[in-house]
Design a protein around this ligand. Structure first.
Ligand code: ASP
Length: 153
């Protein structure tokens, strides 16, 4: 049995961007999960799971335990909620609430999302503390705490 070791230097990087014309773009790149089951495909490479961008509704990306994200079609769900009129923050609250309702969460389970709508309003949210986002806008770049944590402690 391989021994599980702490992995302080791995994670998914998800990026959402809006240009001056209002076009949305996104990217999602992962180092994957250590000791994964052979053949496991995480959420990151699957459109709608780790990343979804729709010019008419918004964009979302995810990091963390891929099984939780794919179980609710996480990024697609966030975008569809924004399409229905939810703010990015409320959309992410609903995605995380749905994950918490559907799964028996283990202490090592974590997931976090970024979302932006077509007006450029954006939010980030995490299941547990520990996730931080970086925002770059006209005021420069800053590392910040997420706007919402479902299980703060
Ligand atoms: N989401 C990735 C996966 O489950 C892992 C990560 O975010 O670090 O494959």
């Amino acid at each position: 049995q391989p021994q599980r070791v702490p992995e302080p230097h791995h994670d998914t990087v998800g990026i959402l961007a809006m240009d001056s014309a209002g076009s949305l773009a996104g990217a999602c790149s992962t180092s994957g999960m250590a000791f994964k089951v052979p053949g496991r495909v995480g959420d990151s490479p699957i459109i709608g799971q780790g990343l979804y961008v729709d010019q008419e509704a918004g964009a979302a990306t995810a990091t963390g335990t891929g099984e939780l994200i794919t179980g609710v079609c996480g990024s697609f769900l966030a975008v569809e909620l924004m399409r229905q009129g939810h703010s990015p923050l409320n959309a992410l609250r609903e995605v995380l609430s749905r994950i918490a309702a559907r799964y028996t969460l283990a202490p090592e389970h974590q997931t976090a999302f970024l979302a932006v709508n077509t007006r450029g309003e954006w939010a980030t949210a995490a299941l547990r503390p520990g996730f931080r986002h970086t925002i770059t806008d006209e005021r420069g770049s800053r590392v910040e705490e997420p706007h919402f944590v479902l299980l703060p402690g």
